[in-house]
Design a binder for this molecule. Structure first.
Ligand SMILES: [Zn+2]
Ligand SMILES: [Zn+2]
Length: 281
């Protein structure tokens, strides 16, 4: 320690480098990390964090320092009984490749919610408490709990897979439907990717979809994102699927906006040349 200080005071002879973790300036020495990041790096090993996740984690630290990603509070790395102890928090529950630092307390409070869902419920609860507003429910992407020993569904990535099967109940049915429709592999992978990220919600509107009642206007259907092009399939409701017809996404919103203005203000609906419309009527 004494030695370090004398080096610091004598600026001419001291050499600095940057911590490989947080990027703070440290004395050139044996370690690539500052004392805090050194401990975090050791925990990566113990907790078996993949390289991709580590990289993202350090990038976060570079930018924000040792701060909780849900609250901005400063974090501790030594006292693991503190509510402000830094824990590695998965951005998407079940996905090991993306982690951020969080305080032990807020990581527990967040549970299996996504960050934006947590934020939504924090604000809704606060409004409920202070302004007596009703807490409006929103669909949760990762809610269905997993028991110990359950395999995660290879489709949606959060529900438990059926015993000895690859998919959960809902995804097993979707898988059959996609196979029957003979969608190409890339399109099917795209649907699973989407489900893992957003859950069973409409691609165009974000509204929750019905998977059981196929007579419902909100029944989940597959939609060609570009009319008749099988390469990209998105999920939407029966209703939206019919309304979108042979329009591209952009054309669809254009006409919704034109019609809305017509109904609200009586303005003229401007026609446009359509890219894929070729229906004999
Ligand atoms: Zn550091
Ligand atoms: Zn599933």
């Amino acid at each position: 320690m004494k030695e370090c200080l004398s080096v610091k005071q004598n600026n001419l002879t001291c050499r600095y480098t940057k911590c490989r973790g947080c990027g703070k300036r440290i004395l050139l020495g044996r370690s690539k990390f500052c004392p805090d990041c050194f401990k975090l790096d050791a925990r990566f090993e113990i907790e078996n964090i993949p390289a991709k996740a580590r990289k993202g984690f350090w990038a976060y630290l570079h930018k924000y320092g040792l701060r909780c990603c849900f609250s901005g509070v400063s974090l501790e790395v030594d006292n693991d009984t503190s509510p402000w102890y830094l824990v590695f928090c998965r951005v998407n529950p079940g996905d090991k490749t993306k982690i951020v630092p969080a305080s032990a307390l807020f990581a527990v409070m967040k549970g299996r919610l996504l960050k934006k869902e947590f934020r939504y419920y924090v604000l809704a609860l606060d409004d409920h408490r202070k302004k007596h507003l009703r807490v409006k429910k929103i669909p949760l992407v990762h809610w269905q709990g997993l028991g110990p020993g359950d395999n995660i569904c290879a489709g949606c990535g959060h529900a438990a897979a059926l015993k000895g099967r690859k998919y959960c109940v809902r995804c097993a049915r979707l898988n059959v439907r996609m196979k029957c429709a003979r969608f190409p592999r890339e399109a099917i992978l795209g649907v699973w990717d989407y489900l893992r990220k957003y859950g069973f919600v409409c691609y165009y509107t974000g509204m929750p979809l019905d998977l059981d009642d196929f007579e419902s206007p909100w029944y989940l259907v597959f939609d060609h994102w570009i009319p008749r092009d099988p390469r990209k399939i998105v999920i939407t409701s029966s209703l939206l699927n019919i309304m979108k017809s042979d329009l591209t996404e952009e054309e669809f919103w254009y006409f919704i906006s034109q019609l809305a203005n017509f109904y609200r203000k009586g303005s003229v609906v401007r026609k446009r040349k359509l890219a894929y419309w070729c229906r004999p009527y």
